[in-house]
Write a protein that binds this ligand. Structure first.
Ligand code: MF3
Ligand code: CO
Length: 265
């Protein structure tokens, strides 16, 4: 069931979303080659708790898979061929030339915010830089479709068409989602699909839109060694951007917008 949030609920989600954005802004400023992914995670957790939030992902167990080990961290930090759900570790060091996808969720006042950005460390391969830029733009194009009266898969097809126009592949087995008092609510928001299909979007629907786009041919992210992390099938890099948004009549409201640059989505 898709819930429509009241303005009171959206106000609370704005607070959670702003804290997520501030965490990602802080990490964007701090990220340096030589750091471990665990250092990033500890900084994020401390920042969230200092601001009276709770990390949404910590101890998370998917309703669809209740037997799985609870997610053990605040962030997902997924490097290069890792698509999503990279578990922070004291043994994992980020290096110049890496792309580092950082996903963060905050629960505060009864509601979640969820966002991700892919950061680039130093000078990277041109094609990989293009992948990152295209994935960021896929998110912007998906968000641009998230207005009342459009259909859900208008978001999906805008993402897919833009990624494919560069020859990149869409990861199909990981999707965006509704969000609110639960981290994952209806509807699933795929990053591929046919225009003019899917449920009608209504003002007050809150969605986490999150394109995951890969450089190679991989259309699936597969678990590595049975762990949480999901990687591309061919080992090629993958990028990930995510915002929590509210469907509005003329332009979606982004709840996890960065504070670093007013002009940037
Ligand atoms: N943004 C991701 C998602 O919506 C991160 C979830 S991590 C998990 O699936 F631990 F909560 F699963
Ligand atoms: Co999400």
């Amino acid at each position: 069931m898709i819930t429509i949030k009241s303005e009171r609920e959206i106000g609370l989600m704005r607070e959670s979303g702003a804290l997520v954005a501030k965490v990602l802004d802080m990490l964007e400023m701090e990220l340096m080659p030589g750091m471990t992914t665990k250092q990033l995670d500890s900084m994020a957790e401390a920042y969230i708790r200092d601001h009276h939030g709770v990390p949404s992902f910590l101890n998370y167990v998917p309703k669809s898979d209740p037997g799985v080990t609870p997610y053990p961290a605040t962030l997902c930090v997924s490097i290069n061929e890792e698509v999503v759900h990279g578990v922070p570790s004291t043994k994992r060091v980020v290096r110049e030339g890496d792309i580092v996808s950082v996903d963060c969720g905050v629960y505060m006042g009864g509601y979640h915010g969820d966002a991700a950005r892919t950061f680039v460390l130093g000078i990277i391969d041109d094609k990989v830089q293009e992948l990152v830029d295209v994935t960021r733009e896929c998110l912007a194009r998906g968000i641009a479709m998230a207005v009342e009266g459009n259909r859900l898969h208008d978001i999906s097809s805008a993402i897919e068409d833009y990624a494919r126009s560069f020859g990149f592949s869409v990861i199909e087995n990981m999707v965006g989602h509704g969000i609110g008092s639960e981290l994952h609510e209806d509807p699933a928001v795929p990053n591929y699909g046919r225009k003019n299909t899917g449920v009608k979007l209504r003002e007050g629907m809150t969605l986490a839109i999150e394109p995951m786009i890969a450089l190679g041919r991989s259309r699936k992210a597969i678990s590595r060694r049975g762990g949480w992390v999901a990687v591309t099938e061919d080992g090629k890099p993958s990028a990930h951007f995510e915002h929590t948004i509210v469907v509005r009549p003329n332009e979606a409201e982004i709840l996890t917008h960065t504070f670093l640059d007013a002009k940037r989505a």
